[in-house]
Ligand binder design. Structure first.
Ligand code: SF4
Length: 394
């Protein structure tokens, strides 16, 4: 079992009757250039990518983690980044074969790969599909050249359109990532972007409001963003436009055509399990008597050195009983339809009575709605999600 610097093991505090679905997250940590708003674990590519060494480290990491997930099968696979589409189709193909030969992956498993315009070559994307990737998530962000420039993206609007065309020739399950609330953006421009996203006819759209995150260039040198009221109106109008086009709003920033929700992301939000492989990847694994969280070495070089020795994990903790309600709610309350009441006990091993006072308070404040079957954030709760979540802090 992998080594760990921190191990606050307190097993035996809970008892799970069944284990949740298990997803696999694979982090590819390089990008052509670091975007000034990005707080992901992404590193500017300098020289050739060490594709073979990195893929070998991922496979070694998986092998060392297998004892934690014996007998379980994979519910979904997600290659995230960074920019996974910088990797060759040959590497992705081999990785998927290596994964399939070590852990059961049913034939209909959702396999998503994140891709950025500027890395699209027709043949490569045909080969990604042939390798078994069946869903693409494309980081478009905007169709407006001035806004793409302000975001420090490497692509322009025409390149974004070309990327979608190539994607649509090979994939029928595509997500477009779009952002609004951009520097100097008007409401009309935000709606133009979403409108064009809709016209491409993809199954899924993610619409994120730009936020200034610590440890980013934008945080230390903030651009002028739309005022609070304008940003709130943008959000409302964006949601209306997507609803009118038949997109169901199912999570804070996620919108899908009927039947096309992301199975991988839904598993996170329903407090499912995920094994995170790769530099800086996080994981959550349930056992009958405990739930564990793991984090892997963040620097790619360090990760590649440690994973083959079974030492990629730098943080390893058992989630304490007192922290479980907040951790569950942090995910579940992002879902517009909420979750079945019974899921709380199923995924945390705790009785719903453990959070009854917080649920009652949230209801009294108009932040939460529930009946005997389901609990969900109210419209007010969706707007004031942090206030709602605070009620579940230990
Ligand atoms: S392309 Fe994505 S992951 Fe890479 S730096 Fe930009 S926002 Fe971050």
């Amino acid at each position: 079992m992998p080594d760990a610097k921190v191990a606050l093991a307190r097993p035996g505090e809970i008892r799970l009757e069944a284990l949740p679905p298990l997803s696999l997250y694979v982090h590819m940590p390089w990008c052509v250039r670091k975007c000034p708003y990005c707080d992901f674990n992404s590193h500017e590519q300098k020289g050739d990518l060490p594709e073979d060494a990195y893929c070998a480290a991922l496979v070694a990491d998986l092998e060392h983690a297998l004892p934690w997930v014996w007998g379980r099968r994979v519910h979904s696979i997600f290659f995230g980044g960074g920019t996974p589409s910088l990797f060759s189709a040959r590497s992705i193909d081999r990785l998927l074969s290596d994964i399939r030969s070590r852990i059961p992956v049913p034939a209909d498993t959702e396999v998503t790969l994140e891709a950025n315009p500027g890395t699209f070559e027709a043949q490569k994307f045909r080969d990604f599909r042939a390798a078994g990737v069946n869903r693409l998530s494309i980081g478009i962000q905007s169709f407006n050249d001035a806004h793409l420039k302000a975001l420090g993206r490497i692509h322009g609007a025409d390149e974004a359109r070309r990327a979608i065309e190539i994607a649509q020739k090979n994939f029928d399950n595509i997500n477009l990532d779009l952002m609004y609330g951009l520097p100097a953006q008007t409401i009309a421009q935000a709606l133009d972007d979403i409108g064009e996203g809709i016209r491409w006819g993809t199954a899924h759209l993610s619409a994120y409001q730009l936020t200034l995150e610590p440890n980013t260039v934008f945080y230390s040198h903030p651009p002028k963003l739309p005022a609070h009221d304008a940003a709130a109106e943008m959000q409302e109008r964006v949601e209306e436009l997507l609803a009118a086009a038949g997109f169901g709003h199912y999570e804070t920033s996620a919108f899908a055509q009927p039947g096309r929700r992301s199975r991988h992301n839904l598993n996170y939000w329903q407090f499912g399990d995920y094994l995170g492989l790769g530099a800086g990847a996080h994981g959550k694994i349930s056992f009958p008597d405990r739930i564990e969280r793991h984090a892997r070495a963040k620097q790619p070089r360090e990760y590649m050195a440690m994973a083959p020795q079974g030492r990629s994990i730098v943080e390893h903790r058992v989630v304490g009983r007192a922290d479980l309600p907040f951790e569950f709610m942090l995910n579940a309350l992002r879902l517009v339809d909420g979750v079945p009441v019974a899921l709380f006990r199923e995924r945390t091993g705790l009785e719903i009575a453990a959070i009854e006072p917080a649920l009652a308070r949230a209801e009294a404040l108009g932040l939460l709605e529930r009946d005997w079957r389901a609990m969900r954030p109210s419209a007010k709760g969706q707007r004031f999600l942090n206030e709602l979540l605070e009620l579940f802090l230990p």
